[in-house]
Design a binder for this molecule. Structure first.
Ligand code: MOS
Length: 729
């Protein structure tokens, strides 16, 4: 088959659904207009550990408009079946199934009322009494459970024998995802059948969990999620409020809308866990790292064992002969964490990349040069060839564009008035995760197409990038193609996590649309009345909705003509993508991140003046939306480095700053000159469309680049995140 010219792919399209979003017509989970829907508000626990001893719901129940108050005392027993899925190991929180309180903010009741105002007020009237026990919410000094380890060479011996030794301990704050749209669900039962309009990064995740909890077959549950106002990972599992919405709808016999408040977003939808990370690093005088010893510990809940990818970077980022890793999680009386942008990698990269900067400083080697000296030619953890690894090129390009050579390596050597100026660099890396995906496409007689897959668009621009791919594969204009997503009635796709969507769903869309185009071409070449009759199908391409001989474009006809003559209303095709089971390649995306900061010498305030990231991510399908991702990741990195910190009062397990006034995130005034560069090219060893994934990678490496710039500006090395003014004074 002849490759199609790529016109839409690679062009800087704006979001195809942008108009719907800015005109308020995008149908988010609780925006969906359902006649007769009532409102549910969750009541959450004010203790972190203990049991409920009393529940007075009388005032709430007699409040006008209230239909029902559901607690563990009157809730029906639910099945909560285990199933092979993505929930962490352990026993998940069971909504209203007993009197136990496992963490602060746990749902203990739900009030259902005819208006949101009545439900909110009545929720405040529910009186809960507790028998409270002393909770443990601080991981400091806790041994934890070993959940992973790795060794190559003899890291202890190599460390002991190293010319230069660094031993560091990092304390990385807990962060919350804070998507703009709070988690929300609308639930409606029609007899045995349940429909959920849910904020989720994967409609099939929601369906699987709901089926397991209520013990109902998948054909009785439909989950719809066309628009998601950000996720950053918090929508990668189905949290209790979804179950509560479905339960409430069943109990009152009416459709129910349930949205978490911003405050509740800090309690029950996961967080990036706090890390206590001990790292030892040994090197020779030439700047070759000879030993790395990692001992990371992160938070988990007492009821579930959270896992994230904390070990990969330490094994494959640099060519280190001796590595040892012991990974622990520490059970606490908290809600279970969940993957947050660049999960595992963002935290690990901070520790490794700050340590590398310290090593560079100690040895008097340029930090870029130090990384190049430790660049592997094959994946040192598996011996595999890299599908592509162009990190050296990222650093060279970045150094040139950033003006790195003008840097005076001496810390505290550059001033701009009251501001100490510094620059720093770090590596970013994230694995190329691929998942099985299916799609369906339909081409209509009027020359338009509809393509669908049950994926999500939690912000990266999936609607747009899939439309671009499909348009080129079908030889149509972008406006002639509609891509649909977010519905369990559509062909199955993986959740939108781990940056797998573009590569995986994109490859499925490519396959589907290639098949559909080929069908039309075969129809034409086999049709005696077609100008293409008898032509080799491999010589036909479709451009502007017109099938034509590749080298003789005058010979051809349009889809419309072909369909009309054959009395066809439409053609359709199913396609899929399955990742290669035993790929011989090590597949990762890479970045070199350069940052410049100013630090107010009197106040310790840090301002990020500019960030430049250079990416090796394979092919970029949608450059404008890639930029949107990349800049978002840099802004997230500024937050992680300087601002974001979920504060717990360890005396009673209460989360102190559960709101966007006290949980700090970067605002426009914090964001100055951000720039992303993508190395040209693609990675066909990774997947058919040559994409390595971008969404997680963009955050990895940003926080350490900023921290290293802060050191260069001030001479102060901070091993705690966020880096606060107090730490620099
Ligand atoms: Mo991403 S943390 O897998 O949404």
């Amino acid at each position: 088959m002849s490759p199609q010219p790529q016109k839409a792919v690679g062009s800087p399209l704006s979001r195809v659904e942008g108009r719907l979003k800015v005109t308020g017509r995008a149908d988010y989970a609780v925006d969906h207009d359902i006649p007769g829907a009532v409102h549910a508000v969750v009541v959450d626990s004010s203790i972190a550990l203990g049991r409920i001893t009393g529940m007075d719901t009388s005032a709430a129940e007699s409040y006008p408009g209230v239909l029902k108050v559901i607690t563990h005392l009157n809730a029906p027993r639910l099945v909560y079946r285990d199933y092979p899925g993505t929930n962490p190991r352990g026993r998940r929180l069971r909504a209203f199934q007993d009197d136990q309180v496992l963490f602060f903010g746990q749902p203990v009741a739900v009030v259902v009322a005819t208006t949101i105002e009545a439900a909110q007020h009545a929720a405040s009237l529910v009186e809960v009494s507790y028998e409270s026990r002393q909770s443990t919410t601080d991981l400091t000094g806790r041994p934890g459970n070993v959940i992973g380890n790795y060794a190559r060479g003899d890291a202890e011996a190599a460390f002991a024998a190293a010319d230069v030794r660094l031993e560091r301990r990092f304390d990385l704050a807990r962060n919350h995802h804070n998507p703009l749209e709070p988690h929300a669900t609308t639930a409606r039962w029609d007899g045995e059948k349940l429909t959920l309009w849910d904020k989720t990064q994967g409609v099939n995740l929601t369906r699987n969990e709901v089926c397991a909890v209520f013990d109902i077959p998948p054909e009785n549950v439909r989950v719809i999620s066309p628009f998601v106002g950000g996720g950053f990972g918090s929508g990668l599992r189905t949290w209790p409020h979804v179950i509560i919405a479905a339960l409430a709808a069943r109990e009152v016999g009416l459709p129910v809308k349930l949205a978490l408040s911003r405050r509740q977003m800090y309690f029950t939808v996961g967080h990036r866990p706090r890390y206590d990370y001990r790292l030892r690093l040994g090197a020779d005088r030439g700047g070759r790292v000879t030993a790395m010893l990692h001992e990371p510990s992160y938070e988990t809940s007492n009821h579930e064992s959270f896992w994230e990818a904390t070990l990969a970077l330490g094994q494959m980022l640099y060519n280190v002969p001796n590595v040892s890793q012991v990974l622990r999680n520490v059970p606490l009386d908290i809600n279970t964490p969940l993957w947050m942008r660049g999960p595992g990698y963002s935290s690990t990269a901070f520790c490794i990349e700050v340590a590398m900067d310290e090593l560079a400083h100690e040895l008097g080697v340029d930090p870029v040069e130090l990384r190049l000296r430790n660049e592997p030619t094959r994946d040192p953890s598996t011996g595999q060839a890299f599908s592509t690894r162009r990190l050296t090129e990222c650093f060279r390009t970045g150094a040139r564009e950033f003006g790195w050579s003008r840097r005076n390596p001496k810390p505290r050597s550059t001033r701009d008035g009251d501001w100490l100026i510094g620059t720093g660099v770090a590596t970013g890396c994230y694995d190329t995760w691929l998942g099985q995906a299916q799609a369906h496409a339909r081409l209509d007689a009027n020359g338009t197409a509809a393509v669908q897959s049950a994926t999500s668009d939690a912000g990266p621009g999936t609607y747009t990038s899939m439309t671009q791919l499909a348009a080129d594969a079908l030889g149509l204009a972008v406006r002639e193609v509609e891509f649909r997503l977010g519905d369990t009635t559509m062909p199955v796709a993986p959740p939108q996590g781990s940056s797998q969507t573009m590569a995986s769903v994109g490859s499925a869309v490519q396959d589907t649309c290639d098949k559909l185009r080929q069908q039309a071409i075969r129809l034409a070449v086999g049709d005696q009345r077609s100008p293409l009759h008898g032509v080799n199908p491999d010589d036909v391409v479709v451009i502007g909705g017109r099938l034509q001989v590749k080298d003789k474009p005058a010979r051809g006809e349009t889809y419309r003509q072909l369909f009309a003559r054959n009395n066809l209303t439409h053609l359709e095709a199913n396609g899929s993508y399955t990742p290669q089971a035993d790929s011989p390649y090590s597949m990762y995306g890479y970045s070199a991140v350069f940052a410049e900061v100013g630090v107010d010498a009197r106040l310790g305030l840090v301002r990020v003046r500019r960030i430049l990231s250079v990416f090796d991510v394979g092919r970029v399908i949608s450059p404008k939306l890639a930029d949107s991702q990349a800049l978002g990741g840099m802004i997230g990195g500024i937050g992680m480095a300087l601002l974001e910190h979920t504060v717990t009062d360890h005396r009673d397990g209460r989360i102190v700053n559960a709101n966007l006034a006290d949980y700090l995130v970067p605002v426009n005034a914090d964001i100055r000159d951000l720039r992303a560069i993508y190395l040209d090219g693609d990675d066909r060893r990774a997947d058919p469309i040559g994409v390595k994934g971008l969404a997680e990678l963009v955050k990895v490496g940003v926080a350490p680049a900023i921290a290293n710039a802060v050191f260069h500006a001030t001479g102060r090395r901070v091993h705690e995140l966020p880096i606060t003014a107090e730490a620099l004074l």
